[in-house]
Design a protein. Structure first.
Length: 510
């Protein structure tokens, strides 16, 4: 590829566009957790059985995770702005259906539709940033904001979900998406000016769409089912086997078709591969923690839903600070791995503090500082990860590259919830069995102690996962700091001797 290109003036409305893109991303991310707090109330109101309640979460996760690559390719083919707006409108309609649900079928269907339209707008949002912000310093600021939202949106969902459920009712955890979507769609329609010439008009890879969707759905459902039915369940094992076969067939297909859904050049780049892998691992640890802390605060400490939501504020503050004040300021000065590696380790230290949880632990002296460290570390790491994941990607591939970021997050969230919850449940059962004498005298105390013991046992695993994520980031990612106008085109990499190069990426003419 030529090292020179005509310089394109930056879009004067890019910062206004960022506000609407960020609003849409916040809506999608918080929707993954906002329903969690409202779920018990929705279950009672609609008469959903315990066996079926998981589908409120699973239906969204399956559709969203399974169709992300397809959504990214549609964004490249159809246009990112158009895909973004359609995704927002569809998400609003699906949310209205969920809020008005009269039975479990309507609720499950609305959650699946939310996942479908979320899979359209999420990769479109990230790829719009990738092609609109080309200056290195501006890109750092933009992705700092985006990274803070991507990392902290789940915690915001817990706060908002608690407030809406307690102050109004569970239906408002769906209705609240409607004004978000309308404002973001209107703003995007009038403000966003997608650069010309950046679409990928190649024919759609139908076999790739089918294989990737079925493979990812099988993978996500396998982990989701493992949480409730166990890892030795025949259907759980069958889902994992099917996922492996389908995804292998998908990779083989992508090497042979003329216009692949996922060009392997996107994921085989060592920097992007390192980003996807380390980010997915970090999300595994983080989503498991959301679940444990929510149960600990509400069940063990007796917090109300709204108080539980506000208890997550330090983590959000840490993420915003880490992303916008540390990551964004240093991204143009140091290589990404020197932010991501220490960032994940800082989060691991925060997680390590939480292994000391007991029934009587103080929120102020233990949980609050742990959340601050977690937020600072994750925010610092997420920001360069989001930017580098689309850095150096050809404009025609930016939607798919963005979809891979969301896929790693979505699959990581499904794995984290299932894996860590299963570990916690096993540890709690073992503790209860070995302390049966206490159960005879004080069964409620044994129940709480077993629960907390299970949480801390699983959190130890989360600490290890974050350390591995840090090691992967430091080992795989060797792109240097951005040294000039950069967004799409080529990507920096280390020399053969292991010395980092600065990333020197020309502006692509449109």
């Amino acid at each position: 590829m030529s090292k020179t290109a005509d310089i394109r003036l930056p879009d004067p409305s890019r910062w206004k566009a960022l506000a609407f893109i960020a609003l849409a991303q916040l809506m999608v991310v918080l929707d993954a957790t906002i329903v969690n707090i409202a779920l018990p109330h929705a279950q009672t109101a609609l008469g959903i059985s315990d066996a079926n309640k998981q589908w409120v979460i699973t239906a969204y996760a399956l559709a969203f995770g399974g169709l992300l690559l397809f959504g990214g390719r549609i964004a490249d083919l159809w246009g990112r702005k158009r895909t973004f707006v359609v995704g927002l409108i569809g998400f609003a309609l699906a949310s209205a259906l969920g809020g008005a649900a009269q039975n479990q079928g309507m609720l499950f269907g609305s959650r699946a539709l939310q996942g479908v339209f979320g899979a359209l707008l999420a990769p479109a949002a990230l790829s719009l940033l990738a092609v609109m912000f080309t200056d290195a310093k501006e890109r750092a600021k933009a992705f700092g904001i985006y990274g803070a939202i991507a990392g902290g949106g789940g915690a915001v969902g817990l706060i908002l979900g608690g407030f809406l459920t307690q102050a109004l009712n569970w239906r408002w955890t769906f209705f609240v998406n409607i004004p978000f979507a309308i404002v973001a769609a209107a703003g995007a329609y009038f403000v966003i000016r997608e650069p010309a010439g950046s679409r990928n008009r190649s024919s759609l890879d139908i076999p790739g769409v089918v294989l990737s969707a079925l493979g990812l759905v099988s993978l996500v459902y396998g982990f989701t089912r493992a949480e409730s039915a166990g890892w030795s369940d025949a259907l759980t094992i069958g889902m994992f086997v099917a996922s492996g076969v389908l995804l292998l067939a998908f990779v083989l297909t992508e090497t042979r078709v003329k216009s692949p859904l996922l060009p392997l050049r996107v994921v085989l780049d060592r920097n992007r591969g390192g980003i996807y892998l380390s980010l997915g691992l970090a999300i595994i640890a983080m989503f498991g923690l959301f679940l444990f802390l929510t149960y600990y605060l509400q069940v063990v400490k007796g917090y109300s839903p709204i108080r539980t939501g506000f208890a997550f504020l330090p983590m959000i503050a840490g993420m915003i600070t880490g992303s916008t004040q540390i990551g964004a300021r240093l991204m143009t000065r140091v290589p990404a791995r020197k932010l991501m590696g220490p960032g994940f380790l800082t989060a691991a230290v925060g997680m390590l503090l939480l292994t000391q949880l007991e029934i009587g632990s103080s929120y102020t002296t233990l949980i609050l500082p742990a959340q601050l460290l977690l937020g600072l570390g994750m925010g610092t790491a997420f920001m360069p990860a989001m930017s580098l994941a689309t850095h150096g990607v050809e404009p025609r591939d930016s939607g798919v590259a963005s979809a891979m970021v969301n896929t790693s997050q979505q699959v990581g969230g499904a794995i984290g919830t299932a894996l860590l919850n299963t570990i916690a449940a096993s540890a709690a059962t073992a503790y209860a069995t070995s302390h049966a004498a206490l159960g005879a005298t004080d069964p409620e105390l044994l129940k709480l102690q077993s629960m907390v013991h299970g949480f801390t046992g699983a959190i130890w695993w989360a600490v290890g996962i974050l350390v591995v994520a840090s090691a992967i980031a430091v080992t795989f990612i060797n792109a240097g700091r951005p040294s000039m106008t950069a967004a799409t085109g080529t990507s920096g990499s280390g020399d053969a001797d292991g010395v980092e190069d600065e990333v020197k990426v020309p502006v692509v003419a449109h």
